[in-house]
Design a protein around this ligand. Structure first.
Ligand SMILES: [Zn+2]
Length: 145
């Protein structure tokens, strides 16, 4: 293979003619996929951003984390479940329910407070209805005497 420009013999092992610098077509065809020169590549470390620093503050995985349970929630006072015994007590003694409900609402336990107040309210309503019922029955009984 002779150089196209100067006619000198080319070995095919040099990328360009050693005399005039014309690219050797044989060499280019043979080593096109593996260019020995890295001139077209950006210099290593030139414009690359520095690697991010190691995140020392990253929290370690909690290996003691309990398995996920559906419905599990972190403690939330507004969603505190009412205690069954206090609800029953609120029905039996409405005044207790009103007091407990007020205390729970004051503490931010809206759900439990509302439950106690509701139980007390139902109880009071039931007592009122029962009282009116017996009063009415007594009144009718007295009227029919
Ligand atoms: Zn040449």
């Amino acid at each position: 293979m002779k150089c196209e420009t100067c006619g000198s013999e080319l070995s095919g092992m040099m990328p360009t003619c050693p005399f005039c610098g014309t690219p050797d077509p044989v060499y280019m065809r043979r080593y096109r996929q593996y260019p020995p020169s890295q001139g077209n590549y950006p210099p290593p470390g030139g414009n690359y951003p520095p690697p991010p620093p190691p995140q020392r503050n990253y929290p370690p995985p909690n290996i003691n984390q309990p398995p996920y349970r559906s419905g599990w929630q972190p403690y939330d006072p507004t969603n505190e479940a009412p205690e069954v015994m206090l609800v029953i007590l609120s029905v039996l003694v409405p005044l207790v329910g009103v007091i407990y409900g007020s205390v729970c609402l004051g503490n931010g336990e809206k759900r439990a407070g509302k439950a106690y107040l509701l139980a007390a309210g139902i109880s009071i309503g039931a007592w009122v209805i029962l009282t009116l019922f017996f009063v009415l029955v007594g009144f009718l009984a007295a009227a029919n005497r």
